[in-house]
Design a binder for this molecule. Structure first.
Ligand SMILES: [Zn+2]
Length: 115
């Protein structure tokens, strides 16, 4: 999904990223479950979209989130929003990508299945 949102970063060094600016964040959410639910799903895509896109799109991340909205922190927040999510990839701009993996969820799962 793509989320259009602004942010400014609180950094301990000089950076243009400290000024308010926007991105079209490309976000990929990876979910897993031992068993699908009675609807045959791990999680409804529209539920994921509502939780992430619905809350952040066309917003200022500094106002919507209570942490410094770096791509890394955003990926971590996304993993925490969806119980079935074990990995989130956040592309702030082309080639600038952060990823968070919940290693507790992936214990015992073959690495080849976690692409
Ligand atoms: Zn930025």
């Amino acid at each position: 999904m793509t989320v259009s949102a602004s942010h400014s970063l609180h950094l301990n060094y000089e950076s243009k990223c400290s000024r308010l600016h926007g991105h079209n964040w490309r976000i990929t959410v990876f979910c897993m479950a031992k068993h699908k639910d009675e609807n045959g799903m791990v999680v409804d895509f529209s539920h994921v979209k509502r939780l992430i896109h619905g809350r952040l799109d066309h917003g200022n991340l500094n106002e919507l989130l209570d942490f410094n909205p770096t791509a890394e922190n955003l990926a971590e927040w996304i993993v925490g929003q969806i119980p079935q999510c074990y990995k989130a990839v956040v592309e702030e701009s082309e080639g600038n990508v952060a990823m968070c993996v919940d290693e507790q969820m992936t214990v015992g799962v073959p690495a080849a299945l976690l692409l």
